[in-house]
Design a protein around this ligand. Structure first.
Ligand SMILES: [Zn+2]
Length: 368
C-alpha cells in the first residue's frame, strides 16, 4: 500500500480495498476475516465483492500500482507481472508474454495474492491441486514466504515438472490416481484434516489474475479482443471481472470481447457455450496438460462473461498447438508449451476486427 493511499485511508476511516466474500452457490455472505476459500455453509466457491470501486482514474503499467483493485492484505512487493506486450507479425495481434513471470506463467499473479492471504490468516502451510504450472507457482511464493506447500498432483501431470518442483521448491508432492478434478477433491479434504490454506482456482487467485487485463489496457486502451486459454477458466472470469471494474471507474469505455480457447479433445466450456447448457464434465485427454481440465470450476461464470462481451469460444487441436509451439520458437526464439500458444492457434481460426491480445504462457516445459 503506498503512502498517499494509506493517508487517505486514515482520513476516511475505512479501508479502500475492504470487501466481503459471497458464495457463488448459496449466496452466503462472509466477512473478510473468514480465513478460508470455500463457503462455510455449502463448500461452494467464494467471490470477492468490494465495498466500492477503487479511486483509480488512470492506469500505469506497474503491477503493484493495481493494489487498489486487490483484496486488502499486507503484500510484499515481489517483482512479477509487467510482462511484454509484443506486436506479432500478424496484423493487429499482440502477444502478452506471460512466460516472463517468475515461474513462466500467469499463475504467479494469483499465487502472490493467495500466499499473502494465507500469511495474514496465520497459516504455515498452503495446499493445492495441480497439473504442473500451478504447483510451480504456489510452491515458489510459499517458499519466498517461508511456509510449506503440499501439492496434489493428477495422473496426467507432467512428471518431469513435478520432480523439478520437489527438488527445487521443497514442496510435498502427493500423487493422485485420478485426474485434476480428483486431485482437487483430495486437496480440499486435506484442509479439513489439517490447518492448511487451500490455494488454487478460487476467489483470491481470481483477484490477482485480474492484473493481466489492467496491464493490457494500460498499454493498449483500444484493445478489442482478448484470447484466453481455458483450463479452470479462472483467468477468463478474472479478465471479465477486471474489464467490468475498468468500465466502472471510467478507464474503459467498452468491454473487450473475451474469447475462450480450449483443446478440442477436452472442451467442456466450448460445448457449454455452443449448446447453451451448464458446463458438464469431460474426461481430459488432450496432451496440452495445462488446459486439460475436465470440469472448469469457473466455467459457467466464464460463459456468462463471454456472452456479456459478445465473445466466443474456440477449439484448437493438439496438432495445431504443437505446430504453433514450434513456429513460436522459430519466430520469437521463446519456449512455450502447447497450452501456452493455444490462443495464437485460435487467432488463426477466427476472423477478428480490431486489436487482439493472445495470452502466451511459457509453462515449465523442461524441453531443451
Ligand atoms: Zn455456500
Amino acid at each position: 500500500m503506498n503512502l498517499i493511499l494509506h493517508q487517505s485511508l486514515i482520513l476516511s476511516g475505512k479501508t479502500e480495498m475492504s470487501y466481503h466474500l459471497e458464495c457463488l452457490a448459496c449466496e452466503t455472505r462472509l466477512s473478510m476475516d473468514y480465513p478460508r476459500q470455500l463457503c462455510s455453509k455449502c463448500g461452494g466457491m467464494l467471490e470477492v465483492v468490494y465495498a466500492h470501486a477503487p479511486k483509480v482514474k488512470e492506469l500505469r503499467k506497474a503491477f503493484w500500482s493495481y493494489e487498489p483493485f486487490l483484496p486488502d492484505s499486507e503484500y510484499k512487493h515481489y517483482k512479477l507481472g509487467c510482462t511484454t506486450l509484443l506486436p506479432a507479425k500478424e496484423e493487429n495481434l499482440f502477444l502478452k508474454l506471460e512466460l516472463e513471470n517468475p515461474t513462466k506463467s500467469f499463475k504467479d499473479r494469483g499465487s502472490v495474492v493467495e500466499v499473502a492471504k494465507a500469511l495474514e490468516y496465520g497459516y504455515d502451510e498452503v495446499v493445492c491441486a495441480s497439473t504442473g504450472n500451478m504447483a510451480y507457482s504456489v510452491a515458489y511464493y510459499a517458499k519466498l514466504a517461508g511456509i510449506s506447500a503440499t501439492i496434489f498432483v493428477s495422473k496426467n501431470a507432467n512428471w518431469l515438472k513435478i520432480r523439478d518442483i520437489r527438488e527445487t521448491r521443497d514442496a510435498n508432492i502427493i500423487r493422485v490416481d485420478g485426474d485434476f478434478t480428483e486431485a482437487q477433491r483430495r486437496a480440499i479434504n486435506y484442509t479439513r484434516r489439517r490447518k492448511a490454506f487451500l490455494t488454487g482456482d478460487y476467489g483470491y487467485r481470481k483477484e490477482g489474475q485480474k492484473t493481466l487485463l489492467y496491464e493490457v489496457v494500460a498499454e493498449l486502451p483500444s484493445v478489442k479482443n482478448v484470447l484466453v486459454p481455458v483450463g479452470n477458466a479462472t483467468l477468463l472470469s478474472a479478465t471479465y471481472k477486471a474489464a467490468v471494474e475498468l468500465k466502472e471507474v471510467g478507464v474503459l469505455a467498452k468491454l473487450p470481447r473475451l474469447i475462450a480457447v480450449q483443446a478440442s479433445l477436452t472442451d467442456p466450456l466450448v460445448v457449454a457455450f455452443n449448446t447453451d447448457r451448464k458446463v458438464r464434465y469431460q474426461k481430459p485427454v488432450t496432451d496440452a496438460g495445462a488446459i486439460g481440465v475436465g470440469y472448469p470450476t469457473y466455467g459457467d461464470q466464464a460463459v456468462g462473461g463471454i456472452r456479456a462481451t459478445n465473445g466466443t469460444a474456440v477449439d484448437v487441436t493438439d496438432q495445431e498447438m504443437e505446430v504453433e509451439r514450434k513456429a513460436f520458437y522459430r519466430e520469437y526464439g521463446l519456449q512455450a508449451e502447447m497450452a501456452g500458444v493455444a490462443s495464437m492457434a485460435a487467432f488463426r481460426k477466427i476472423d477478428l476486427e480490431g486489436k487482439s491480445i493472445a495470452v502466451i504462457s511459457g509453462g515449465n516445459t523442461l524441453k531443451p
